[in-house]
Structures are given as C-alpha cells and as structure tokens.
Design a protein around this ligand. Sequence first.
Ligand SMILES: [Zn+2]
Length: 168
Amino acid sequence: MFEDLAIYRIKINYLEDWKVYFLSDVQRLRGDVAFAPMKDDGREWRIVLSWRPLENVRKKYSSVEAQAKETIKQLAKGKQVKSFEIIDHKVSQVNGHETIFYNLIVKYYKRGGLLKQNIADCIIRFLLLHCPESDRCMILYEESDYPIEQERIFEDVIKSFDCHSPAR
Ligand SMILES: [Zn+2]
C-alpha cells in the first residue's frame, strides 16, 4: 500500500512500511528526501528525490541530457565503483517535461575484511527533469540490489510523482 508525501508542491508516493528521512535541510528550491524499507534484511534499497534551483543548473548544462550524462560520469568516479553498464536509456515525458531516464548496473567494492574486497552489483535507476513551473531541477533515483520482481515499485513511485502540483 502506498501513502503520499506532499511538500513544496511536490507530491510523491512511498510504501506505508517504508521510512522517510531528509538527507539535508529542505527548502523550496533545494532538498533531498529518502525512502527506504523499515526492515532492510541486510539488503541495500532506497529511493531518493533531490531538487535544486533550475537557474543554477541551466547555467551549467545546455540540456537535460547533458546533465544526465554528467551525473553518470560523476557516479562512475565514485571511489567504490569498479565499473558500470547502461542497461536502458530513454527520453519520455513526466508532468509535461522532457525526462531522461537511465537504468544502470554498477559493480562496486563492498567492504569485506581488512584485506578482502568483495565486488557486488547494484542497480541504479534515475530520472532527471527540469521543471520551469517550479524553477527546479529534479532527480528521482533508486539504488538497490533487490530481486527483479520488485522493480515495479519504483515505476509506481514515478507514476505518482508530481513536480509542480497546483497551488491551493
Ligand atoms: Zn514540473
């Protein structure tokens, strides 16, 4: 069962048995909110929604696609990342905005013992859009090592996502 969070005209659904936490102070033009299972059973799985001032982003990137490519480049530079593979890439419309979607499999070094480094797979899916109606750039991403049958949850969260719901 899903419940909904509404903040600064953003709306998004999360599962009722998930926890919700802020990764930073949240303002209208800047924030990071995370959703993760209450009981993770040792698995990695979370969904994060971040937003930033669109003005700053537009100064830096010529397009949404250019920003998405840079996001992947930054991700690949991560110290724990060994390699990554793009599984899917598409351009679609979310709330009337051109939206870039990527699905990646990342191989990363998982902490083992002192001399041991395990390599694990992690799935990262994200969508990126620019919302002029609310002057924000939004990135919604999921990192997980979930079994494949739970892929649908992120898709349902995307469907519920509204970046500029009407002011009351
Ligand atoms: Zn919007």
